[in-house]
Design a protein around this ligand. Sequence first.
Ligand SMILES: Nc1ncnc2c1ncn2[C@@H]1O[C@H](COP(=O)(O)OP(=O)(O)O)[C@@H](O)[C@H]1O
Ligand SMILES: [Mg+2]
Length: 246
Amino acid sequence: MPDDGLETGAETLLYEGKAKRVFATDDPRLVRIHFKDDATAFDGAKHATVGGKGEVNARISAALLRRVEEAGVPTHLVRVLGPRDHLCRHVEIVPIEVVVRNVVAGSLARRLGRAEGEALPFPMVEFFYKDDALHDPPISDVHALAFGWAAEWELAYMRHAAKVVNEVLSAFWGGLGIRLVDFKLEFGRFGPGRLLLADEITPDGSRLWEEGTGRHLDKDVFRRDLGDLGATYRELLDRVLAAEAP
Ligand SMILES: Nc1ncnc2c1ncn2[C@@H]1O[C@H](COP(=O)(O)OP(=O)(O)O)[C@@H](O)[C@H]1O
Ligand SMILES: [Mg+2]
């Protein structure tokens, strides 16, 4: 499957994950992040290639990161380089996935025996240890502190920033007739005492339910075999672009 964009093969690949490749640039403080067409679930156990997914995710993530930045939460995004490539600040990723929930779904429903769809009385921020082999287990502050995954101020900052991001994104998706059920963020260190929102904000790491119909407009379409992921993501991008249009 030919990968369009800026794939030259001559660059240094720093990391390859399930959804993106991170390349070095001439400037050690910057990286190029390339969004792949791969869809994975259950820690990579389920895998497919979905044409156009990388481009859709890159465009949605850029639009959302810009809005978050405008709301005062610094992000890693410097600028968009191509249809599926972002120029970003090279951060040291904090190995904690920060999840914000507005409605019960997914692992929270399973773990605590709650019905999926139950509205939460307040937005909930949870931390998970980012480790595929351990299936990203939920952790508390004490684990992060004891094992050196994050400092106390970093946990406080991530919790606060995640709530601000939730307000921005809930308003944005709400304006498109879409309910933001939950989403995952990653943060990274960029110089001493500075954390940036990094990675991506995409329907891969979010649950987005269409108001009225309850239709899933996110990666649960793939996880739960609910339909055509590529078509769902393109529809979502069309709605985002319509909202972006002046
Ligand atoms: N600005 C950045 N600098 C360095 N690494 C980053 C940055 N943004 C994201 N990453 C990391 O890039 C890797 C590749 O992304 P992805 O394919 O989503 O990985 P994963 O399989 O862990 O989800 C991840 O480990 C992610 O944490
Ligand atoms: Mg990822």
